[in-house]
Design a binder for this molecule. Structure first.
Ligand code: ADP
Length: 550
């Protein structure tokens, strides 16, 4: 378009300039013609000296008669008959031509016309003028136009590119904003830019997939974290240089929080040794460790993960298992000891029975019988305690406090009678319905009430049972007026096989397991127990158990 316009405009301007030049040359030639028509003299030089245009007068055969620029040298000039503007006069009255002059070696405009001079001879008048400046003018104009259009195009290009860039950038930024906020952008916003709209669809689809994946990953991460943190075991993951990658929150007391290097992270030399051994041998190492300052047994396990050159360290607190093993060991030795005494007695009296005189036999038999009873009691208590320990499920039932007391009364009546003692009940009036494990509660109360009579040297032994409910608890108190317990023994009375002072009591059937059973029962019923006592001031057991539901 621009090239076409430039060419058209250049052609038009050239036409105008050419026409102007031709008009001038024509005008001059006509003036010369008019002068020559009336002038007899052939002294053209003098007649036409006022004209600055170059003009040549030629005969019809092309001979130069006069040339204003080659005055008196005309005879040396070529015949002009075949110069295009002269040649054209054969058919035309006037002729115009623009060409390179052979003699002057520059672009010239020529105009030629035939006229009759004053004598009636036909002659040719040719005017000419340099076309150099006009040509330059045309060239300059052409160049100017080309330059103008180049500048214009460049400006438009820069402006357009900037505009497009800015508008695209603005849209892309808006897209980013929408993506970041997770808002669905109106598709109409991009409807005028198909390319961008398609791009937007692709990005959005991609983002939706990504968001879904991120969501899934996050959920999995949360789940995994929750899982790892819910473990009781301490888990630590180290990289190939034994720098900590991650750890769960268990056993934090064994580690320094803000460190990365394994030597700084772990604050126990034995655990460090396990990890270091695994690191050096590239083999799994596990070891039991005892941390005396914390009275803690740990099972420490370091594993090498060859695929990603990592090390995983797990620490398991096995103190409880260790304690159970210890308790079991102690229990077995206690049991053997406890069984041994009555068994030795039985064995001894059985041997003695064979040769014993008749009057002692009954006595011996009674001793054997009471030892057998003791054996039976021990075995019964063992069974009870091991049942409780094996965490037999609590069996809640609904009953009234009245039915509980009735059953209790029956269970201990024999003992109370024997001791000539009495039980005083102080029950909250409005307490009618109870929900708990009837048998376990009965066993607890029976043990405590019996002890209240057994360890009692008062003339009028009395045990007072108090019961009330508060919030989600049933509160009990069993208080006697017995011999009491000294302060230094109070901490031990709930231990298995612990008996304060065998010589103090006449309870040879006692096993030292009664209060251990009580404590286990109360614990199983979701409660706790404590004791208040002083020698000769009586003893009070206070405990509470949780209200259960069925
Ligand atoms: P046992 O009665 O079979 O000896 P227990 O576990 O019931 O075993 O009691 C442990 C010890 O606590 C008893 O040997 C006794 O010395 C002391 N004891 C328990 N109840 C009372 C009490 N009401 N008054 C004083 N001493 C008690």
């Amino acid at each position: 378009m621009e090239i076409f316009f430039t060419l058209l405009n250049t052609v038009y301007v050239r036409e105008q300039i050419t026409e102007r030049t031709m008009d001038k040359l024509k005008n001059d030639a006509q003036i010369i013609g008019e002068v020559l028509k009336i002038q007899k003299s052939k002294n053209y030089h003098d007649i036409l000296k006022i004209l600055d245009t170059r003009y040549t007068i030629l005969s019809m055969n092309g001979t130069v008669i006069y040339d204003s620029k080659n005055y008196e040298n005309e005879t040396n000039m070529d015949n002009h008959l075949y110069r295009p503007e002269i040649d054209a006069l054969k058919n035309e009255k006037q002729a115009f031509d623009i060409r390179n002059s052979r003699t002057l070696n520059e672009k010239m405009a020529y105009y030629a016309i035939t006229i009759e001079d004053y004598s009636g001879d036909r002659i040719i008048i040719r005017t000419s003028e340099s076309f150099k400046s006009q040509q330059q003018e045309i060239n300059t104009l052409f160049l100017l136009q080309v330059f103008f259009f180049i500048i214009l195009d460049l400006t438009i290009l820069i402006f357009y590119r900037n505009y497009i860039k800015r508008s695209k950038r603005k849209r892309i930024e808006r897209m980013r904003e929408f993506l970041e906020k997770g808002i669905t952008m109106e598709d109409e916003y991009l409807s005028d830019d198909k390319w961008l709209l398609n791009f937007w669809f692709v990005v959005r689809e991609w983002q939706e997939k990504n968001l879904l994946n991120i969501k899934k990953l996050n959920q999995e991460k949360i789940l995994l974290n929750r899982l790892i943190n819910s473990l009781d075991e301490g888990i630590l993951l180290f990289d190939e240089n034994l720098d900590l990658i991650t750890k769960n929150s268990s056993m934090n007391f064994l580690f320094h929080k803000d460190s990365k290097k394994y030597l700084e992270v772990i604050n126990n030399i034995e655990i460090i040794d396990v990890l270091k051994e695994c690191y050096q041998s590239k083999k799994d190492i596990s070891r039991e460790i005892y941390i005396s300052s914390l009275n803690l047994y740990l099972f420490t396990d370091a594993k090498y993960l060859p695929d990603n050159e990592q090390y995983i360290l797990t620490l398991k607190n096995i103190s409880q298992e260790k304690e159970i093993i210890n308790i079991q060991r102690k229990f077995i030795s206690n049991v053997s000891h406890e069984l041994k005494t009555p068994l030795t007695n039985i064995k001894g009296y059985l041997i003695a029975l064979e040769d014993a005189p008749e009057e002692l036999k009954v006595n011996f038999l009674n001793i054997i019988k009471s030892n057998v009873n003791k054996l039976e009691n021990i075995v019964t208590d063992f069974l009870t305690i091991s049942k409780l320990e094996s965490k037999i499920r609590v069996n809640p039932s609904k009953f009234t406090s009245e039915s509980l007391l009735k059953e209790l009364e029956t269970s201990i009546s024999e003992m109370a009678k024997k001791k000539n003692g009495k039980v005083v009940y102080e029950i909250e009036e409005n307490l009618i319905q109870m929900v708990t494990d009837f048998d376990k509660l009965l066993m607890t109360l029976k043990n405590l009430l019996e002890n209240g009579f057994i360890y009692n040297s008062s003339k009028n032994p009395q045990v007072k049972l108090t019961l009330h409910e508060k919030n989600e608890w049933y509160h009990f108190s069993v208080k006697d007026n017995g011999i009491g317990i000294s302060r230094d023994k109070l901490n031990n009375i709930f231990d298995r096989f612990y008996r304060v002072d065998e010589a103090r009591t006449s309870n040879i059937a006692g096993t030292g397991l009664g209060l251990a059973i009580v404590k286990e029962c109360v614990k199983t019923l979701g409660g706790d127990i404590q004791v208040i006592s002083q020698p000769n001031e009586g003893t009070e057991f206070i405990f509470r158990i949780k209200k259960l539901t069925i």
